[in-house]
Design a protein around this ligand. Structure first.
Ligand SMILES: [Zn+2]
Length: 277
């Protein structure tokens, strides 16, 4: 028994840990959102949740960098807000990690709600030499075509047409049309239509490791653990059932879950004890 325990604890700190893909959450901070669908910054030290409108949700906004042996992936693009210096926050956050926005090779988009797609396009074309219209000038963007058409038609307040319009005009965009498929042999996507009518989720599979990005179909750890039906999902039953299915299968297979709206546990899985990175 003692041997067993020793082996377990040494496994946790063994050099093999972290040799797979590197996962870096890019937090843009905490926000409240209510039925106006506006994201209002929330400072935990000075703001009081009860003073926000009834029904306000407190959420983190958190795209992810995933560095695999083949790519530097960006999963969703955040709100697209600027910092005090007028620089895109997501650019600043990426640079803080030691990477450059120009190094991103693929952008995977779960859906186009403004807290996920706000950072896709470049509102100031001159910000990049050569006038790239997307914020990650060397990346291929993977977007579900039906989601784009829906967002374009539906518009404000859930979607911001002017922010996603650059997707229509860029050779960098690769529209996905199928219900499921594979990108370069190791990234798997599936159209779910749960949180939004054409939401999609991704599995990144490399060297026996499975990283799962469920976007807003699976936004927070807490929602995975309980049978939880939300008020805001397009197909709330489907979203709930998918979460239960993924949670069961993912734990069995040792997935690394990435939670876009979770401030406590952005990454959950066997390689991230305590939810760290
Ligand atoms: Zn969201």
């Amino acid at each position: 028994m003692d041997d067993e325990l020793n082996r377990d604890s040494s496994d946790l700190s063994s050099p093999t840990r972290g040799q797979g893909a590197k996962i870096i959450p890019l937090s843009e901070g905490s926000f409240t959102i209510d039925k106006t669908k506006l994201f209002i910054p929330f400072n935990e030290t000075k703001d009081v949740l009860n003073e926000r409108p009834v029904g306000s949700l407190l959420v983190e906004i958190q795209p992810f960098l995933v560095i695999t042996s083949k790519d530097i992936l960006l999963l969703d693009t955040g709100l697209g807000f600027n910092n005090n210096q007028g620089q895109l926050q997501i650019h600043e956050n990426i640079k803080t990690t030691g990477y450059q926005p120009e190094q991103i090779t693929k952008v995977l988009l779960s859906h186009l709600h403004k807290d996920h797609a706000g950072g896709v396009g470049n509102p100031h074309k001159e910000a990049f030499e050569g006038g790239d219209i997307l914020n990650f000038p060397n990346a291929r963007y993977y977007v579900q075509r039906r989601e784009f058409d829906f967002a374009w038609q539906k518009g404000f307040p859930s979607f911001m047409p002017e922010e996603i319009e650059p997707l229509l005009h860029s050779h960098q965009v690769h529209f996905l049309h199928d219900d499921e498929g594979v990108i370069e042999d190791y990234i798997f996507y599936q159209h779910t239509g749960a949180h939004s009518p054409h939401h999609q989720v991704f599995w990144i599979k490399e060297e026996g490791e499975i990283i799962f990005f469920g976007g807003d179909d699976a936004p927070q750890l807490q929602q995975m653990k309980i049978k939880y039906k939300t008020k805001y999902d397009f197909d709330a039953d489907k979203a709930m059932n998918l979460r239960m299915l993924w949670w069961e299968q993912g734990n069995k297979e040792g997935w690394q879950f990435l939670f876009y709206h979770d401030f406590k546990t952005p990454v959950y899985g066997p390689l991230s004890p305590g939810g760290g990175t």
